[in-house]
Design a protein around this ligand. Structure first.
Ligand code: F6R
Length: 596
């Protein structure tokens, strides 16, 4: 939610910031802006809309030589306080227009602070919570009596004692040629180049310039200029703290579209490799002992990650005697029953506020925690006792696809490792089994859905969470309203909505649920619904019932979970592509949800 970037070096900062913001746009794309310290001036350029929609020369004032500088900050916004507008776009500045800040997060006590600042004579330009930060810094740097002035570094440190909430903040003051940063519960990475230093919400904009990064801790005050970086603990002495420098293995090439029309399609095509890596990363030796020993696991996650957790719970309870309690991240704080055993948190980004909070809450019950995430150094990895990386590689498209498949790879391999008996390990070849699904044609299925405003997705057993994920994918990228139901539940109400205008997508593969699914499909067919079924194309019942069969070769549940999931992702993708939706950046969404 919101992406921030800062650059201090020898390049044209506006260019570096704009290119970086393009890579951060998946975090929010309501509006954007940059501030450049030109030494004689602080130039702020910001506007509503997407960076990709605007000619870069206009934004960077490329023709305007006096707007150039080598130190600057930038922001791409996902609106929380105040609607998307030029005024509410970041950077925000103070009354003197010599201080600029960008902020990712929420300032919870902004209202009280704003009232006090206004009564002290400050004039606000925006409706955002973030603007208070600029005015607070101004108050400390330029006090009324002109006495006790502070530097930008000192001011940022003092201001962080006044604000409550979650934040990653970058601050710039005209003529100082430095950027000061602080974070608390919002992501921030510092890149260390040769004569250039960058801050960003994630490493994507950094890898173009350096593979050396630092993940600052909450409360650290970090400042960069063209000659170096300096870190000290908030309230601690200013001599600096030693930091572990991480070398990234990601190449700039990996975050490009590589000829695909959308990142989503590219990421789906990367699934066989991602799955192979994720399964391989889990062995009985890499599993934390507590995960092996515990009898109860509380799984907490949001959205797609929650669906992965749900599949895990079906499969683990079937294969072992362990008990799984499943909680939606945002609801977990209202659950009063204590956490017994281990807490397993699943989050692609590692930044989802509710999932990270769940790990902290688990600690109150003395529950050891394991995080499954895709992002090394993310907030969840700092909070959890153990981290298992899913190794999906960077996921840029807002809709989670390959990370879901990699999560399932990790989770089902855990099931595999915890299984008591000898297990015929289908997971060793599942990455190959999904390859043929990538070349299936979805044309007929897409045509059946083209005019639909509402759709239903149905499945039974472990295929129920799979259709939940399929429906989520469809609604977020196509904007068609899609509801997922356990197939037996439709009769308990939703049947009233079925008609020839409500296509039903069903997963119906041979196995224990097959016969009863066929019965359910017949009931739906009798109400005139078009039926699209993911199933064995040789099944006589399906040939008779389905308007279209998406052919899935039945290979046993462990493999069918993956093949059907990939097919449902592709179905959603092709429907959205035909509707010409903005697939990688669906309206109103952001990839990492860092607010409750
Ligand atoms: C849907 C999607 C979201 C995320 C959810 C949790 O395609 O991407 O539902 O799954 O916001 O995000 P993470 O896994 O980063 O915690």
């Amino acid at each position: 939610m919101c992406g921030i970037i800062g650059y201090a070096g020898f390049r044209d900062a506006a260019q570096v910031l704009m290119q970086g913001l393009l890579l951060l746009e998946y975090r929010g794309y309501d509006s954007f802006g940059i501030a450049i310290d030109t030494v004689t001036d602080l130039t702020i350029m910001k506007r509503v809309g997407r960076i990709s929609d605007v000619k870069q020369s206009i934004i960077c004032g490329a023709e305007d030589a006096e707007n150039r500088g080598t130190v600057g900050i930038g922001h791409t916004r996902w609106a929380t306080h105040g609607p998307p507008s030029d005024i509410n776009a970041h950077p925000h500045s103070d009354c003197t227009k010599t201080i600029a800040i960008v902020h990712n997060g929420i300032i919870e006590n902004y209202h009280t602070l704003k009232e006090k600042l206004i009564s002290d004579g400050h004039v606000f330009s925006s409706e955002t919570d973030s603007e208070v930060i600029a005015h607070l810094i101004e108050d400390v740097m330029y006090p009324k009596q002109n006495q006790g002035r502070k530097t930008l570094v000192e001011a940022v440190e003092i201001v962080t004692d006044m604000i409550i909430g979650s934040y990653a903040i970058l601050a710039l003051a005209q003529g100082t040629n430095e950027i000061v940063a602080v974070r608390c519960k919002s992501p921030l990475v510092l890149g260390l180049g040769d004569g250039e230093f960058l801050f960003a919400s994630d490493m994507l904009p950094i890898i173009e310039y350096t593979d050396q990064v630092i993940y600052p801790d909450d409360g650290d005050i970090i400042h960069i200029n063209q000659t170096g970086y300096y870190v000290h603990k908030r309230g601690g002495n200013k001599t600096g703290v030693p930091y572990n420098i991480t070398t990234l293995t990601l190449s700039p090439q990996q975050v490009k579209k590589g000829g695909y029309p959308h990142y989503m399609l590219k990421e789906i095509y990367e699934e066989p490799e991602a799955l192979y890596r994720s399964i391989r990363s889990i062995t009985p030796d890499t599993l934390p002992k507590s995960l092996k020993d515990t009898q109860c696991i509380t799984v907490v996650a949001c959205g797609t990650s929650y669906h992965a957790g749900m599949i895990f719970s079906y499969m683990l309870e079937e294969a072992t005697s362990k008990l799984v309690r499943l909680e939606i991240g945002s609801e977990f704080k209202y659950a009063t029953s204590p956490v017994h055993g281990l807490l397993l948190a699943i989050s692609q980004s590692g930044e989802t506020a509710d999932t990270v909070a769940a790990v902290k809450r688990g600690r109150c019950f003395n529950a050891e925690s394991v995080a499954i995430t895709n992002v090394l150094g993310s907030s969840i990895t700092r909070e959890a006792d153990h981290t298992l990386l899913m190794h999906a590689g960077p996921e840029i498209s807002v809709a989670a696809t390959k990370s879901f498949i990699a999560q399932l790879g990790v989770l089902l391999q855990i099931v595999n490792c915890l299984h008591n008996e000898d297990f015929n390990n289908e997971l060793t070849r599942v990455h190959q089994a999904i390859v043929p699904v990538l070349s299936l044609s979805f044309d007929t299925a897409v045509d059946l859905c083209m005019d639909a405003e509402h759709m239903f997705y149905v499945g039974r057993g472990v295929f129920y969470p799979i259709v939940m994920e399929g429906a989520l994918k469809l609604k977020e990228i196509s904007y068609i309203h899609a509801e997922a139901y356990a197939a037996g539940e439709l009769k308990h109400g939703p049947f009233a909505l079925l008609s020839s205008k409500t296509p039903v997508v069903a997963v119906c593969l041979p196995g224990s649920t097959y016969a009863v699914m066929i019965g359910n499909l017949k009931e739906m067919k009798a109400r005139g619904t078009p039926l699209i079924v993911l199933g064995d194309p040789r099944s006589p019942e399906l040939i008779e019932l389905a308007d279209h069969i998406i052919p899935i070769k039945p290979e046993g549940t462990m493999i069918d979970i993956f093949t059907t999931s990939v097919a449902l992702q592709l179905l959603a993708y092709h429907i959205a592509a035909k509707l010409e939706r903005d697939i990688d950046k669906p309206r109103n969404l952001a990839k990492s949800v860092t607010v409750e």
